[in-house]
Design a binder for this molecule. Structure first.
Ligand SMILES: C[S@@+](CC[C@H](N)C(=O)[O-])C[C@H]1O[C@@H](n2cnc3c(N)ncnc32)[C@H](O)[C@@H]1O
Length: 395
């Protein structure tokens, strides 16, 4: 106990993050705008860094103080004993967000924070740490709101959606934690436990395929990351981290056999080359099969003994130039589902509800999710003939 954490998540994913942290056994979670906070141990903070599929950042609160001007910001930052957190030969970075009446420019405010830290080192050691924007030893995060500044250490260091397997994204890739959110909301854990397979018929760079395998195989999303914000921090407890890490490595070895059949298709050979590279980076090349196929060439028989899950993020207007073929693509996807995938669950992230309608299968109440800045709907449906309808196409 004794530490206060704020775990950030993309807009709309806060409730899912809360459920995930609850599943880690963390009590008294407080959900707010942009994330979830709790009081807990360093071990719990590290666990979130290693195991959260949804979070963006893990922030450890150091202090909060009234802040209305650049001077009060400087004084407030100097109150912290920085020598407890950082060596004079280390590197650090400052991220600043928010405004106050006399603090409008976040770049200038971040410089004030940096000055306060550097001046303290100069006074006490005659030397000072350097600023590094890429993979600093310590990332300091200051958030200003309602004339109060909250000072955090960013234990994640870099956003946790970067799992370490993606070298190239391809065209309009999903963020890894959004892909995981789609799978969790679609009920993938239950489907794979009862032996259902997984299919993404427009897999692009393979994000949904890899995240599906990682969930099924209990692979910690942070297992392949080599950088975290706590590794260069003086307060880092290497023993706790090592034990969590070894446990996660063991679990991923032991649960590999739980990964069911996972297949991805795409019409674009370049996308498949990128997917293949990412799958290899994730060490999943013997478990995920990818092939060049158009949407109308897929069938359940090629994929799973039991009905499984299809999760897909089809092309949509804003990110991939719209063509008249988009409407036809959704219609033929609907036809393929109706004729060849009875009993399967489908989750589709779409921007345009009208296009979703072309599928011709009634879905449940959609979830609102944000793909970057784009507001999307996640449609989930069961391929059940009782829910089929013939879409009326407006002329
Ligand atoms: C939005 S991207 C998917 C991105 C993917 N979820 C990722 O994270 O990288 C849509 C994909 O659909 C593919 N596609 C478009 N039309 C297709 C068709 N008729 N059959 C199969 N794939 C198609 C495109 O090549 C593209 O890779």
């Amino acid at each position: 106990m004794g530490h206060h954490f704020f775990i950030t998540a993309a807009k709309g994913l806060e409730p899912l993050l809360r459920d995930e942290l609850d599943g880690f056994g963390i009590p008294d979670l407080l959900e707010g705008k942009g994330g979830v906070s709790f009081a807990g141990s360093l071990e719990q903070g590290y666990r979130v860094c290693l195991w959260s599929r949804i979070a963006n950042r893990v922030l450890l609160k150091l202090d909060s103080f009234p802040c209305t001007s650049p001077e009060s910001l400087y004084d407030g930052i100097r109150k912290t004993d920085w020598l407890r957190h950082l060596g004079p030969d280390s590197s650090f970075a400052v991220s600043f967000s928010g405004t106050a009446p006399e603090i409008r420019n976040s770049h200038y405010a971040a410089l004030k924070v940096k000055d306060a830290i550097v001046d303290q080192f100069r006074e006490h050691c005659g030397r000072r740490p350097n600023v590094a924007t890429e993979e600093p030893d310590l990332r300091i995060n200051v958030h200003l709101s309602k004339k109060s500044a909250v000072l955090y250490l960013d234990l994640s260091g870099d956003s946790l959606h970067k799992r370490g397997y993606r070298t190239r994204g391809g065209q309009a890739p999903l963020k890894e934690n959004l892909a995981a959110a789609i799978l969790i909301l679609a009920g993938w854990s239950e489907i794979c436990q009862r032996g259902g397979g997984f299919l993404d018929p427009m897999c692009g760079s393979g994000t949904l395929l890899i995240e599906a395998a990682m969930i099924a195989g209990e692979i910690a999303p942070g297992l392949k990351r080599r950088y975290f914000g706590f590794l260069g921090w003086k307060g880092h407890d290497a023993e706790i981290w090592q034990s969590l890490y070894e446990d996660a490595a063991r679990r991923s070895r032991d649960s590999r056999s739980k990964i069911p059949r996972i297949a991805g298709y795409d019409i674009d050979p370049r996308a498949l080359r990128i997917a293949s590279e990412n799958i290899r980076n994730a060490g999943l090349q013997d478990l995920i099969r990818i092939e060049r196929r158009s949407i109308d060439e897929i069938s359940a028989a090629q994929n799973s003994q039991n009905p499984g899950l299809i999760a897909v993020n089809p092309p949509y207007g804003e990110r991939i130039a719209t063509d008249q073929g988009l409407e036809r693509l959704y219609s033929s996807f609907g036809e393929v589902l109706k004729s060849r995938f009875t009993g399967w669950r489908v989750a589709m992230l779409i921007e345009d509800r009208e296009l979703g309608f072309r599928i011709g299968i009634r879905s449940r109440r959609p979830y609102t999710l944000f793909n970057g800045a784009i507001e999307c709907k996640l449609l989930t449906l069961n391929v059940d003939p009782e829910r089929f309808f013939v879409p009326k196409i407006q002329a």
